[in-house]
Design a protein around this ligand. Structure first.
Ligand SMILES: NCc1[nH]cc(CCC(=O)O)c1CC(=O)O
Length: 311
């Protein structure tokens, strides 16, 4: 019987991420390197989101399509920990499950990849930009309304393949995913996190367990306090902002000098309007970071009013 079974999606990115965590958890449990694959095995799980290729169905189903089956396997006891991209974990997780650890975040920024331009600003008038993200679409159009944004779905390899094949002049992807897959060399520009405010949790991983495992030593060893605090604030904002899947939402926090700075925004999908708030929180007094994030998210939502939600 293995010590701990790790559930993962089967995409190359998911396997790269869960492989990293498999080694880290194995070490934290004191398992010799040679025994890690036996003692801390990966269990591959196909999610509905992986099966459905139709974007419209994904929008109806929402984000849980990528996590539902994995969460069920945790609750059933078929696996003991799930490795998710934090960005893909819905605001509300099922009763009985917790995010036991948030490892140190990779680069949270978006990456610009192009076969024709040396930077996003250098794209020629009317260039074709591929992305599946409403947030990236809106942020790109806010700066460059002339661009033709087209839907680009599929895993990271597929998307880079479509750029190389000439289907697009440029595409946007997360820097973190490209780094983890060994594709850093494909990145033409790391986009400014202010203009391209990242998605809540982007670049971070979530180690999800059953609630009773929340204090496990391995989980404490893998948790990164600053990342965990930032992500808590971002996801608090996300909870308040998730009015509709037709809205573009960004939320990003950083910690400097003992203060957390959280920026959250909602955009019209065509980039023509943008509502943004920034708030600061002194961490010395052990504040409720989640509530702070939610309050900032509510401020953004109130500023946008019916306009953003109705789109
Ligand atoms: N929904 C796709 C997705 N979910 C997580 C990542 C990787 C980025 C991350 O670790 O946050 C990606 C790909 C992308 O946005 O380019």
């Amino acid at each position: 019987m293995p010590l701990l079974r790790i559930g993962t999606r089967r995409s190359r990115l998911a396997l790269a991420q869960s492989g990293m965590m498999q080694r880290a958890i194995g070490r934290a449990l004191g398992v010799p390197e040679a025994d890690i694959t036996a003692e801390v095995p990966l269990v591959e799980i196909v999610t509905t989101g992986d099966r459905i290729q139709d974007r419209r169905l994904l929008e109806v189903g929402g984000k849980a399509l990528f996590t539902k089956e994995i969460e069920a396997a945790l609750l059933e006891g078929e696996i003991d920990v799930a490795v998710h991209s934090m960005k893909d974990v819905p605001a509300e997780t099922p009763d009985g499950l917790v995010i036991a650890a948030t490892p140190e975040r990779e680069d949270a920024r978006d990456a610009f990849l192009s076969t024709i331009a040396a930077s996003f600003a250098d794209l020629p008038h009317g260039a074709r930009l591929g992305t599946a993200s409403l947030r990236r679409q809106a942020q790109a159009l806010a700066l460059r309304p002339d661009l033709k944004v087209e839907m680009l779905r599929g895993n990271v390899d597929t998307r880079i393949g479509r750029l190389t094949a000439g289907d697009f002049d440029a595409i946007l992807l997360a820097v973190s995913g490209l780094n983890r897959l060994g594709f850093s060399g494909e990145i033409v520009e790391r986009l400014d996190a202010d203009a391209f405010l990242p998605a809540p949790g982007q670049g971070a991983l979530a180690l999800q367990t059953r609630a009773e495992d929340v204090g496990a030593d391995w989980a404490k060893a893998l948790n990164h306090a600053e990342t965990s605090t930032c992500v808590l604030a971002e996801r608090g904002a996300m909870r308040a902002l998730e009015g509709s899947c037709r809205t573009a939402v960004g939320a990003h926090a950083v910690i400097a000098g003992g203060r957390l700075v959280l920026t959250a925004e909602i955009l019209a999908p065509d980039g023509s309007a943008r509502w943004r708030r920034r708030g600061e929180l002194d961490l010395a007094a052990a504040p409720d970071v989640d509530a702070f994030g939610e309050a900032l998210g509510r401020d953004v939502r109130d500023a946008a009013g019916d306009q953003a939600i109705a789109i």
